[in-house]
Design a protein around this ligand. Structure first.
Ligand code: THU
Length: 126
């Protein structure tokens, strides 16, 4: 699966975003070491803190199905601009894909790739 294919899967997942409070839709698609793809969207709640980001939805779906090895995650949003994972999601990405990368699409449609490590240097670990 190339980066464009993963972005497309994230864009499709974004259609399921449940975001009546922010109206900010996010979609994510994570590629496993076995070549499978798991997708997720943001899921908001009237109690705002209960909201789950698209990245964590995708990773948690995969982990709950027994997946443990992840290579890349694509993230897109309705803002159309680069949408970088929040701090909590970065910590989750370090947990499950410390050697992985994050793929984002900019306003002009150009795909950018960042290592997970570069977006959360000196991360907490036990
Ligand atoms: N959101 C994500 O899904 N991923 C991120 O990395 C940043 C924020 C969602 C959470 C909330 O539903 C909305 O975007 C606005 O914060």
């Amino acid at each position: 699966m190339d980066n464009e294919g993963l972005i497309k899967a994230a864009e499709k997942a974004m259609e399921n975003s449940y975001s009546p409070y922010s109206n900010f839709k996010v979609g994510a698609a994570v590629l496993t070491g076995k070549g499978g793809i798991y997708t997720g969207c943001n899921i908001e709640n009237a109690s705002y803190g209960a909201t789950n980001c698209a990245e964590r939805t995708a990773v948690f779906k995969a982990v709950s199905e027994g997946e443990r090895e992840f290579l890349k995650i694509a993230v897109v949003s309705s803002a159309g601009d680069l949408t970088f994972p929040c701090g909590i999601c970065r910590q989750v990405l370090v947990e499950f894909m410390p050697e992985g990368s994050i793929i984002l699409k900019d306003k002009n449609g150009a795909v950018k790739e960042y290592t997970v490590k570069s977006l959360l240097p000196n991360s907490f670990a036990l």
